[in-house]
Design a protein around this ligand. Structure first.
Ligand SMILES: *[C@@H]1O[C@H](CO)[C@@H](O)[C@H](O)[C@H]1NC(C)=O
Ligand SMILES: *[C@@H]1O[C@H](CO)[C@@H](O)[C@H](O)[C@H]1NC(C)=O
Ligand SMILES: *[C@@H]1O[C@H](CO)[C@@H](O)[C@H](O)[C@H]1NC(C)=O
Ligand SMILES: *[C@@H]1O[C@H](CO)[C@@H](O)[C@H](O)[C@H]1NC(C)=O
Length: 604
């Protein structure tokens, strides 16, 4: 009898915990020790109110940096009972909430009841990030990444399962988790992204950052994907952030509450942010031009984003090629669609797309281009359905020519023959290999300069499988899921093995491989590519500063998905530039989602 009374008292106590502090509710790990439990007499100062809830700051902080003193109270009805500056007590249910299993949880107090206002108009100061808090860690996101956020295998751990103890001075995610619910100020914020469709924009504050590039963005470096940046989400007052801000814009000081939603820690500003000083989007023309002979052949690489004859951006791509890239001798193109664009009608030829591009360039500059590609099998290469994107070469026949033209088709595998020479010129690399299913097959060609030398050179134009479907860098799986990494590794192996055959037959062969590899150079697929092919990274050959190696802007990172790799003996005297014609623009003014790059080689 006694025992059962004791047991029922115990279970009542477990279900209803009294007068916990906000720090105790948050605990020093990701998940609240009170998850799923009712708490009573929670005391806090109201720091912000939105239409769906309000934020509290503890009136009895524990002074530990691991336990947040802030708490989100979810419940739209309760918002009418409180005002900013009120000290309140309330009861509620502690809940860990997320809208997807790939996201981290937000600790919140739901079903708030018995809200009592104890005092009003109490003043408070937001925590200044980096002053009243530790400096946001600039390299590692989570202990569970094992020192490399891009390591494979992905998803070795889940934060929600391991529930690590927070180390806010060391790990970026731990830092933001240790402040969830708090009201904070970012001093001197600069945009390091464009806004998404909701107006959410990534920023850095005045704290120490790594990867800072000349335009004010944060470039992804080896094992460093910039956890020190934070996204600014929807304002709590219901106003709207601008949708036309861009990389490097100055936003000034931002005050808001730390929150987690849609896969990212975020700061919800009290009101909309505004650009107070706009960065320049004007990128100059390439600083070097072709010499017109083997002594200085210019080679460009451009993912022109679903280009077809009816594309509204076709004239803008033409303008880039003429006025910014200065009509390079050979252009590696990716995402050239068939003549009917995304209309899914069985058309696979892209001769009208490429003619429209060549004719437009000729009209604008007088420079004549030829083109070459290999039509894919209808709807077998991924991308927009019906678009049949492929890689293609645009070239100036007055400067370079194909050697013994003998094109292969969509299913014929190119071979390296004695010489070395190619069985098909141009031709695809192992196109029926399953690693290329729903993906573009690399196009290999053998060329000669028209003037000054007969020495051939080989080119490999690639567009590897996409990263679409990857989990967020702030997500639950650790290391994050880098979607398609295994397939890209196989693609890299296959393309590189072909290149290795050319070099095995002639150690001095001139080889240029370029394109949209859809991968960062420090990650396994590209390391496999370099190791197997024997090529070197053009960024290294041209000694491009590491922070200026980017062709794409995604979330908080300026990053390089597009690369050029060359045989070692081409390295002498090279020039190379990543042309930030698109990453510096706002959404409406970008022509493609990738930046082009231009190089110059001595091919004599
Ligand atoms: C929490 O309290 C609510 C009433 O406010 C009640 O309906 C619910 O069952 C309680 N939950 C737990 C886990 O005790
Ligand atoms: C709140 O406090 C400020 C000064 O701190 C004072 O000017 C203001 O009148 C007060 N408002 C109310 C409603 O008490
Ligand atoms: C495209 O190819 C088709 C079939 O070979 C040909 O009839 C047409 O004239 C070509 N169009 C252009 C613009 O070259
Ligand atoms: C490629 O050419 C070969 C030999 O003519 C032929 O058997 C094959 O069907 C062709 N493939 C395609 C996709 O046209």
């Amino acid at each position: 009898m006694k025992a059962s009374i004791a047991a029922s008292l115990l279970s009542a106590a477990a279900a209803c915990v009294s007068a916990e502090t906000i720090a105790q509710i948050n605990g020093n790990q990701y998940l609240s020790p009170y998850n799923g439990k009712n708490v009573t007499d929670v005391t806090g100062l109201v720091t912000a109110i939105s239409s769906s809830g309000f934020w509290l700051r503890s009136t009895t902080p524990d002074k530990k940096i691991t336990t947040s003193e802030g708490l989100y109270v979810y419940g739209s009805k309760a918002t009418s009972q409180v005002a900013v500056g009120d000290v309140v007590t309330l009861d509620g249910l502690v809940k860990e909430y997320r809208s997807s299993t790939d996201y981290l949880y937000l600790t919140e107090l739901t079903l708030p009841i018995n809200i009592v206002v104890k005092s009003s108009n109490v003043s408070f100061e937001p925590l200044v990030i980096g002053v009243d808090t530790p400096t946001p860690p600039g390299k590692a996101y989570s202990k569970l990444d094992g020192g490399d956020i891009f390591a494979v295998p992905n998803e070795a751990y889940r934060i929600a399962v391991e529930n690590p103890t927070l180390q806010p001075k060391t790990y970026g995610l731990d830092f933001w988790e240790s402040l969830v619910g708090e009201i904070v100020t970012i001093k001197d914020a600069y945009a390091v992204s464009r806004p998404n469709t909701y107006g959410d924009v990534w920023v850095r504050g005045n704290w120490k950052v790594s990867g800072l590039n000349g335009h004010g963005g944060l470039t992804m470096l080896d094992r460093d994907a910039n956890p020190e940046a934070i996204i600014i989400g929807s304002p709590v007052d219901g106003s709207t952030n601008p949708d036309d801000s861009k990389l490097g814009d100055f936003l000034g000081d931002i005050t808001g509450v730390v929150y987690n939603a849609f896969g990212f820690y975020r700061i919800l500003p009290l009101t909309s942010v505004a650009v107070t000083k706009s960065s320049s989007a004007e990128y100059p023309a390439v600083s070097f031009i072709s010499k017109g002979t083997c002594k200085g052949v210019t080679v460009a690489d451009y993912n022109a984003e679903n280009l077809n004859p009816a594309s509204t951006h076709l004239p803008l791509v033409i303008d880039h090629i003429v006025n910014k890239l200065l009509t390079p001798d050979l252009i590696f193109l990716q995402e050239v669609q068939d003549n009917s664009g995304a209309t899914n009608n069985g058309v696979v030829s892209a001769n009208e797309t490429l003619s429209a591009l060549a004719n437009g360039i000729e009209e604008a500059s007088g420079v004549v281009y030829d083109f070459v590609d290999v039509d894919p099998v209808n709807n077998e290469d991924g991308g927009q359905p019906g678009g049949n994107i492929r890689v293609a070469y645009l070239y100036r026949p007055d400067v370079v020519k194909l050697v013994d033209v003998n094109p292969g088709n969509a299913t014929q595998a190119n071979e390296v023959l004695a010489g070395p020479t190619l069985k098909y010129n141009p031709g695809l690399i192992d196109p029926t290999n399953s690693c290329w299913d729903d993906s573009r097959k690399p196009l290999v060609a053998m060329w000669q300069p028209v003037k000054g030398s007969d020495t051939p050179f080989f080119t490999v134009n690639v567009h590897f499988g996409s990263k679409g479907g990857s989990s967020s860098l702030h997500g639950d799986p650790r290391p994050p899921v880098n979607k398609g990494v295994e397939k890209r590794t196989l693609q890299a192996q296959t393309a590189a093995a072909f290149i290795a055959q050319i070099i095995a037959k002639d150690r001095k062969a001139h080889v240029i491989a370029a394109g949209d590899f859809n991968e960062f150079v420090q990650v396994e697929p590209m390391q496999t590519f370099l190791d197997t092919s024997g090529l070197i990274d053009m960024d290294d050959a041209a000694k491009i500063a590491e922070v200026e190696r980017y062709t794409y802007l995604y979330d908080m990172n300026c990053e390089a998905l597009d690369h050029m790799f060359i045989s070692k003996n081409l390295r002498t005297g090279v020039k190379y530039e990543h042309m930030h014609l698109n990453t510096w623009q706002n959404y409406d003014d970008q022509v493609s989602d990738h930046d082009p790059s231009v190089a110059r080689f001595n091919l004599c």
